[in-house]
Design a binder for this molecule. Structure first.
Ligand SMILES: Cc1ncc(COP(=O)(O)O)c(C=O)c1O
Ligand SMILES: Nc1ccccc1C(=O)C[C@H](N)C(=O)O
Length: 412
């Protein structure tokens, strides 16, 4: 195997068309941040956006800002900008609530569009909140949930009884990427609707939701979109479903005339019917600042760098004798993975903790997964080289024998 040198990595950085994007982020000195799939780095524009909202819009303009600063329309204005990143034409996305809540809304809307069907299909390995929300959305009813096993084919579970299929296109543990077009087509052939959870792909993977004929999608904005801790999520509802689709969290922000204060709920036309109540404007401003960074950025260029970073990381680990005990669980083929690289290693938790102490921040997912989310906007090829060197040094130090790492933290 040919040697990959640090200089080779630096040469790649020198030719990187996205190199300037790194300047749009605060990156702490001495840190290599490989956890962009849990909480993205802070865009430099975030502080100015928050300051403006606090110092002017809130402090000076008070309630008038709902109109003057257009707070009221922020969910759909941000939604339209976000939609561009995954191939959704304007009028189909709102930024609001949490992914979990939006899953609930989408599920119930899909169930309502297929009232004669009683089956929800998902994956056993789904991020648990997706499964928990299916439980909640079907609570007290006669719905059946069919879960595909990790090695199974979702196609085998989809038939004429299925109302909705809820899937993450990128698996949060392994990074495996599903064939969204194929699954959407199969579901549609069976008359079912699909809800895509884009938490691990929005902002990093080029997608064509409209062209694919997608029905619903949800996702968060705090990972690869860099909106900040707990920044609001989003929901996409294809325009063709909007008139018929009803969601059960029928709060006044989804009403046709919220300031008429009518006693009965009448959903507004369009995507705003997927709103519930007043949105967290300060948090939304973090999303706005984050979307500014993506202005003029081509998602294909983002994907090309994401693939190259992941390839390099995988190759560096594979050739390093100090990493020989790690088992790659992310697909090696670029077209089968998102923007992360994961390894199974029984002592992975202690290694991840030791790496964090050395400034290389990844995370750990039970039972034994060391996970590295590679955000192409602020990571360099050089960082891949240094991270793998530090990882090998950490493994060599046998941190699992260190009592400091014996207890698992509340958030891993
Ligand atoms: C695939 C997936 N879905 C949903 C969530 C949870 O979303 P929220 O906490 O915003 O409800 C996450 C991560 O937090 C996730 O990775
Ligand atoms: N929202 C969080 C809050 C605290 C810690 C992690 C998260 C994550 O988002 C985890 C992520 N969903 C994951 O794929 O593991």
């Amino acid at each position: 195997m040919t040697e990959i040198t640090r200089q080779h990595c630096k040469d790649l950085d020198a030719q990187d068309p996205l190199a300037a994007m790194r300047d749009a982020f605060h990156l702490p000195e001495g840190v290599i941040y490989l956890d962009g799939n849990s909480l993205g780095a802070q865009p430099k524009g975030a502080r100015a956006a928050f300051d403006r909202t606090i110092d002017v819009e809130w402090r000076e303009d008070l309630i008038t800002s709902w109109g003057k600063a257009e707070w009221f329309t922020l969910p759909e204005r941000l939604g339209d900008r976000l939609g561009r990143l995954f191939g959704a034409a304007p009028g189909q996305v709102v930024v609001c609530d949490t992914t979990s809540l939006n899953i609930y809304k989408a599920l119930r809307a899909a169930m309502g569009l297929r009232p004669e069907r009683r089956v929800i299909v998902s994956e056993k390995a789904s991020f648990p909140t997706d499964l928990y929300m299916i439980e909640g959305a079907t609570m007290g009813s006669d719905y059946e949930t069919r879960l595909v096993e990790p090695e199974g084919d979702i196609a085998d579970l989809i038939d004429a009884d299925v109302a909705a299929v809820l899937l993450s296109n990128v698996d949060y543990r392994t990074g495996r990427l599903l064939d969204m077009e194929r699954i959407t087509r199969l579901a549609h052939e069976a008359g079912a609707l699909v809800i895509w959870d884009l938490c691990h792909s929005a902002g990093v993977l080029p997608m064509e939701m409209d062209a694919m004929g997608a029905d619903f999608a949800v996702g968060c904005t705090y990972k690869y979109l860099n909106g900040g801790p707990g920044s609001p999520a989003f929901i996409y509802v294809a325009e063709r479903h909007q008139a018929e689709a009803r969601q059960p969290l029928s709060g006044w922000w989804g009403h046709a005339a919220p300031f008429a204060f009518e006693a009965e709920f009448r959903p507004v036309e369009g995507i705003r019917r997927f709103l519930c109540g007043t949105q967290p404007i300060l948090s939304m401003k973090g999303v706005e600042a984050a979307l500014d960074v993506f202005e003029g950025i081509d998602m294909q260029t983002v994907r090309a760098k994401s693939v190259a970073l992941c390839d390099l990381f995988i190759r560096l680990v594979a050739r390093h004798p100090g990493c020989a005990d790690l088992r790659l669980i992310t697909p090696e083929a670029a077209e089968e993975r998102g923007s992360q690289v994961s390894f199974a290693f029984d002592e992975g938790y202690a290694v991840v903790r030791a790496m964090i102490e050395r400034g290389v921040i990844g995370d750990f997912r039970a039972p034994n997964v060391m996970r590295f989310g590679l955000a192409p906007y602020y990571l360099r090829y050089e960082d891949m080289f240094d991270a793998v060197e530090i990882m090998a040094e950490c493994i060599a130090a046998r941190p699992w024998e260190d009592s400091r790492f014996a207890q698992m933290a509340a958030v891993t």
